[in-house]
Ligand binder design. Structure first.
Ligand code: ZN
Length: 167
């Protein structure tokens, strides 16, 4: 049975590290993927990367409403266009920003059965893939913001941290 993890929050060093490639699909990795999906649905969110549950491995899960997917060792091969979307992150709760990123991407990787994945994604799915691949490179959405957005965001995040440590 799948169980859920606590989600790591900005400030946790695991979110800033580049995750390592996965060389073997083991039963433990399959269990991790199931637990990550459970964690994502419980949050709820449309995507979740392993560092967000404290695991520095290159795997993410997603479901934008068309059913669950798991991608191991993902790479974005191509990206095109521009699309604005109010993007948030489960590791930065209750915040979201209008952010421009490529509208379409082509993603490669492998699935849990070891089969090659090579898929085109558009709009929300493309956004989800870019966000999750960023996580595996230790990049958080705040680093994609413009200077003004980032200053404002960090001010709020720091203020919250202070409140959290005070009580
Ligand atoms: Zn995120």
């Amino acid at each position: 049975m799948a169980s859920s993890y606590p989600i790591r929050i900005i400030g946790d060093p695991v979110l800033r590290q580049r995750s390592s490639e996965i060389t073997n699909i083991t039963p433990a990795l399959v269990k991790l993927a199931q637990d990550m999906l459970e964690t994502m649905y419980e949050a709820p969110g449309v995507g979740l990367a392993a560092p967000q549950v404290g695991v520095g491995r290159r795997i993410f899960v997603y479901d934008i409403g068309d059913g669950p997917g798991v991608v191991i060792n993902p790479t974005i091969l191509e990206s095109d266009g521009e699309w604005v979307y109010k993007e948030g992150c489960l590791s930065i709760p209750d915040m979201a920003w209008d952010l421009v990123r490529p509208k379409t991407v082509r993603l490669a990787g492998i699935d849990l059965d070891g089969n090659d994945i090579d898929m085109e994604a558009d709009e929300l799915l493309a956004r989800c893939f870019q966000h999750e691949v960023d996580h595996l490179d230790g990049v958080l959405v705040v680093e994609r913001l413009n200077d003004d957005q980032r200053k404002e965001a960090m001010k709020i995040i720091r203020k919250r941290d202070m409140v959290a440590t005070q009580g």
